[in-house]
Write a protein that binds this ligand. Sequence first.
Ligand code: BES
Ligand code: MN
Ligand code: MN
Length: 463
Amino acid sequence: MNNTQAFISANKERFLEELIDLLKIPSVSADTKFSKDVRETASLVAKRLKEAGAENVEICETAGHPIVYGEKLIDDSLPTILVYGHYDVQPADPIDLWTNPAFEPVIKTTEIHPEGAIFARGSCDDKGQMYMHVKAFEAMMNANELPCNVKFMIEGEEEVGSENLGVFVKNNHERLIADVILVSDTGILANDVPSITTGLRGLSYVEVEVTGPNRDLHSGLYGGCVANPINILAKMIASLHDDDNKITIPGFYDKVVDLSENERAEMAKAPFSKAAYCKALDIDEVMGEDGYSTMERGSIRPTLDVNGIWGGYTGEGAKTVIASKAYAKISMRLVPDQDPVEITNLFLNHFESIAPEGTTVKVTPHHGGEPAVTPTDSIGYNAASMAYEKTFEKKPIPVRSGGSIPIVAMFEKELGLKSILMGFGLDSDAIHSPDEHFGLFNFYKGIETIPYFYSYYTELVKS
Ligand code: BES
Ligand code: MN
Ligand code: MN
């Protein structure tokens, strides 16, 4: 791998410039206003894959945004790695809170990233991490050191639920045959504490609408006499957690797989400072389900959170009004073996049942996804562990993450393949938030580490 690493060192500046070009295109998948930009991003990714040495590069149309596919098959007796990533990004809103515009990348140093970080929407999630794979591949190709076959599948709808990728996977079993899936769309604990993600939570996401009277009313004439949908919605939402911060939906915890005391003790070994955690968020105390640590609450336990709530008058000054309707968007993060469809139904039945007389409730499900866990005794995990140990000079810790990548469970179901989650971001990189960034240390470390995964994986399969 020496020539590969030499090629990486010699081309660092160009790699970064290319990433900056990619980050300038606002590939927001959720907003049709950006459809052209999403397409342009797909074209650029395809172009870069081709230049890096991939063959059969294709922009595959879907009912939504396209998927970029490419491959380099050198020998069918060698293993095949299927690399998955996404080129779409979250909306930049609220744009006023960005220090620099979201699609005008800048490099600045921070306390955590003294060697600099690139600030832009998608820098960490996931353009920066996806691009590490393109550059690692380019380096192996140039050095003539690609040790196995590789396929790339880079989608444009991860941030909106990957529904069309699901269809693509179902229809392309043959083309996607591989031995392992490799994904960089998660993180490490810290730049001096490498870790490998061994679990992702599932997701159930619903929108609720509470209707009271058939029109907005004068709050002096009608207040206190009819159900106020906003008051009621607030009360209904508050009732979804009890005093121990457990979720009150009947049956919600029935299928939750509890970790053994042994597993929990293992988890507790990962470094965590409550003081530093609070300080970074400017809070004086953490909050969550009784009986669990912050690390556990954020990974192995299911949660329910309101993501947005609105209704009534929110303009300037005061308007005395009782609104006819109130709304909220609610997400539930799920753990094995909770099923998103089942949980959505439990929520729906419960929410309807607690609506008081004088109101009606409508629950609309949005996209969801199943949780996933990966074993730590597989060839893929061991290869990843060796690769991190090589470049970080420390053995990585297995960590279950709180985030969701719904397609990972789908890969397992449809292709029978486990995903190795080799992420390089940090929780503090502000993904989905204003001022998202990705450390240059992390970007380059990713490019350096990936080729070792390829070679260790190939070695371990052969032996
Ligand atoms: N890359 C993230 C998920 C992630 C981030 C997992 C950090 C672990 C650590 C992904 O792009 C994402 O944002 N997923 C969404 C779900 C999706 C259906 C919109 C999420 O987790 O909210
Ligand atoms: Mn992502
Ligand atoms: Mn994301």
